[in-house]
Write a protein that binds this ligand. Structure first.
Ligand code: GLV
Ligand code: MN
Ligand code: MN
Length: 419
């Protein structure tokens, strides 16, 4: 295994874990970690990360959508960059590692180059994307889509659960919604996009390996459904005369689960959010909103699965005399990692003394958006028990250190794609 790199008597892993804990303490909930897009806490987290970037010798600022962006110049100013990134927003009741590990590790690698006074024949940029999880507004990957120049302006009008529009939230955060276009970068400015992320699954642990090379990021579709029936008295309306929106939603959920369980192509479907109104023990629910998240290793199977599930939901709504509004809020095709980047990551892993192991990502990542302007490569770091999107998410210090050493090697030996 490679020799440890010391930062003021700390290994890179120790520095990273310390910062993971510091960032993980910034939450809008006192007893759990929740840091959603454009929240007050996201702003506090942004300032902390910007400080780390500046300490690492980078010029650093917020961009027009709230991403934290740092730049470490190459051996002369203005060169195209190798972009490193991940996200610093979280899901609700999150773990500390999903996203921040990639941002913090990238900063530690740049800090190490800076300590050595080492400049490379390209610039390095580190981006902490402000919204990868898509928890707050209708869409997702908002931070990386803005950087890729594919941000959909119609999302500005969508509202969060409290009725705040994205446009107003941006203003409250101190940003100008009419200038999101300024965050966009071009293919000419980027040599590649590289992301280090926890695996969020159990494969590396089963292989007894701290790191792996990602082959592709699986595509995903998200939908928002609303069923409307008729609110009524729980004691007076006979069962046969009810138009109960929540019972209809329950039937839809069971249909999704059943369909995905019996699928043989790795299709997964999740209803992660559901809200029934008016929400009282003695009132028949008149309206229910819920979300659907569907993924599969192959785009063709995901698309077929979505079509089938939509058909079933329509049939359930019709049979129960419920009106249905169903919108696709997010659709991303599978993003393959570039072979030339996989090769450079594999070389770094081997040089650190680990077997090279390739695996796909079932989770979504900012590379799905960045692929529109750059070739994408990803390094996975083992997490305990394959647990993620859960406060029990955990990475061992030695694995964080291994990930950092691999990423540093990739950076130092990076060769842009020829031709
Ligand atoms: C992000 O974590 C996603 O895969 O939804
Ligand atoms: Mn993530
Ligand atoms: Mn996540």
């Amino acid at each position: 295994m490679g020799a440890g790199i010391a930062v003021q008597n700390m290994s890179l892993g120790e520095e990273i874990v310390g910062r993971i804990n510091e960032l993980g303490a910034i939450s809008e909930d006192a007893d759990k970690l929740t840091r959603i897009y454009l929240s007050k806490e996201l702003r506090i987290a942004a300032d902390l990360i910007l400080g780390w970037m500046r300490d690492a010798g980078m010029r650093a600022d917020l961009d027009a959508i709230g991403n934290v962006c740092g730049r470490y110049e190459g051996d002369r100013p203005g060169l195209p960059c190798l972009m490193l990134g991940s996200h610093y927003d979280t899901v609700r009741d999150a773990g500390k590692w999903d996203g921040p590990l990639g941002v913090i590790t990238a900063i530690s690698c740049v800090a190490e180059l800076n300590r050595r006074g080492q400049r490379l024949p390209f610039a390095i940029e580190v981006v902490g994307f402000a919204d990868e999880e898509g928890v707050r507004f209708a869409s997702t990957l908002l931070g990386s889509r803005a950087v890729a120049g594919t941000f959909d302006e119609s999302v500005l009008a969508t509202r969060d659960r409290d009725g705040v529009s994205m446009r107003d939230a941006l203003v409250q955060f101190g940003l100008d919604p009419d200038h999101i276009g300024a965050a966009a970068r071009t293919r000419r400015e980027l040599l590649a996009y590289l992301e280090l992320h926890i695996e969020q699954g159990p494969v590396l642990e089963a292989q007894n390996l701290p790191v792996g090379v990602v082959t592709a990021i699986a595509g995903a579709t998200r939908l928002a459904a609303r069923l409307t029936g008729m609110a009524g008295h729980a004691g007076t309306v006979p069962m046969a005369l009810r138009r109960d929106a929540l019972s209809g939603a329950a039937e839809c959920m069971m249909a999704i689960e059943q369909f995905c369980r019996t699928d043989t192509h790795g299709l997964v479907g999740t209803v992660g959010y559901l809200h029934a109104t008016p929400g009282a023990t003695n009132v028949i629910p008149g309206q229910v909103s819920f979300t659907i998240d569907m993924r599969a290793p192959a785009d063709m199977h995901r698309k077929r699965g979505v079509t089938d599930v939509v058909r079933q939901i329509e049939a359930i709504a019709k049979r129960r005399d419920l009106s249905l509004q169903l919108d696709v809020t997010h659709e991303n095709r599978t993003a393959p990692c570039a072979p030339w980047l996989k090769q450079q990551i594999a070389r770094a892993i081997a040089a650190e003394g680990y077997p090279v192991f390739e695996l796909p990502s079932g989770a979504g990542h900012d590379g799905m958006a960045m692929i529109d302007i750059a070739d994408v490569g990803m390094i996975f770091v083992r997490c305990r028990g394959g647990i993620s999107h859960n406060p029990a998410e955990h990475v061992e210090l030695a694995d964080a250190d291994a990930g950092a050493r691999v990423l540093l090697r990739v950076i130092e030996n990076f060769r842009p794609r020829e031709g």
